[in-house]
Write a protein that binds this ligand. Structure first.
Ligand SMILES: Nc1nc2c(ncn2[C@@H]2O[C@H](COP(=O)(O)OP(=O)(O)OP(=O)(O)O)[C@@H](O)[C@H]2O)c(=O)[nH]1
Ligand SMILES: [Mg+2]
Length: 309
């Protein structure tokens, strides 16, 4: 903490708090977390159920430190992993000081979002309604959606934003900054995330995997960083394992002559090198682990509680 912020904290002038962003899958929670934080802390893909665990991104706005908590999308769970994700999302909301409910303005108040809205009514924290993806809808539609959603719940404020192009994101950040509780900052002011780099690295590779693979395959895979070595020449040597459930899936991830895994590795390596600002040697291994979705160790690696059933 700088001298100035220490002095502000002593005078009780600083604010600090956790802001959970919650919503149905694919509404743009991770895109918004990155936009609010000003750096890529959480991965984004066009596919639903991309985020699996809580991802925290930290931002400073005036004298407030904001810890944004990106959560997995809330949907009707089928598998054990789904249950862990949805439980985690609600845990994130419960533990936060403020809550932002995201709705995809294009999709409107569908059944999934209506269910979340009903459950949010039971929480005590101030809540902001965030209509996202406003770049894709007419103003009239937006106003109608804001009105009908506010008629069903009591929001402290309503925002219309585009997490993608940044419209409205600054106003939203300011509102959160004004409403988090007074108190000292919890993180050094230059810190953007609390996740270890090896975890972010695994997530980056999972993002590239989601972008290259289709249908059910992404959901039946997980990525872990096994080793990270800083080398004498200034580069980093990173080893990761992609777990899949069946030998047939391993074949698809590898691709003809190893083409697919090579492309995934190249995408991930490029982005990782940019983030850590040094050359990266990335080694990807693909292993078959039947029913990894029932293995507690995999949940621990993801930062999820293992549901007993
Ligand atoms: N046009 C437009 N697209 C957006 C906007 N925000 C997010 N998207 C797109 O919506 C898709 C989903 O974004 P994510 O940020 O991964 O959504 P999410 O809510 O975190 O999804 P899950 O983690 O699966 O729950 C991606 O293709 C984004 O590029 C926006 O403001 N406008
Ligand atoms: Mg997400």
């Amino acid at each position: 903490m700088s001298q100035e912020s220490t002095a502000q904290a002593a005078a009780g002038a600083t604010r600090c708090g956790f802001v959970a962003l919650i919503g149905a899958p694919n509404v743009g929670k991770s895109t918004l977390t990155n936009a609010l934080t000003g750096s890529k802390v959480s991965i984004v893909t066009p596919k639903v159920q991309t985020t699996r665990a809580l991802v925290r991104g930290i931002a400073i706005e005036g004298s407030s430190q904001l810890i944004f908590v990106d959560t997995p999308g809330v949907f009707r769970p089928r598998r054990r992993l789904d249950r862990a994700m949805v439980t985690t999302a609600w845990g994130g909301a419960h533990d936060a000081d403020l809550i932002g409910l995201l709705i995809d303005a294009k999709r409107g108040l569908d059944q999934e979002s209506a269910g979340i809205l009903a459950r949010l009514a039971g929480l005590r924290q101030p809540q902001a309604l965030i209509l996202n993806k406003v770049d894709m809808v007419e103003k009239g539609t937006l106003l109608g959606l804001a009105e009908s959603t506010n008629a069903r719940a009591s929001f402290a404020a309503t925002f219309m934003v585009s997490a993608l192009n940044g419209d409205g994101v600054g106003d939203l950040r300011q509102w959160f900054a004004a409403h988090v509780p007074q108190g000292p900052w919890l993180y050094p002011e230059d810190q953007m995330s609390d996740a270890p780099l090896r975890q972010l690295a695994a997530e980056i590779t999972r993002e590239k995997l989601y972008l290259r693979l289709h249908e059910e395959l992404p959901y039946q895979s997980t990525v872990e960083t096994d080793a990270w070595k800083e080398q004498k020449d200034g580069s980093a040597r990173i080893e990761q394992t992609i777990y899949v459930e069946r030998a047939s899936q391993r074949k698809i991830v590898l691709g003809k002559g190893g083409q697919t895994i090579k492309a995934i590795g190249a995408d991930a390596r490029r982005e990782l090198a940019e983030i850590i600002d040094k050359p990266v040697h990335l080694f990807l291994f693909v292993k078959v682990r039947e029913r990894w979705g029932d293995d507690p160790e995999r949940y621990r690696e993801m930062g999820l509680e293992f549901p007993s059933e």
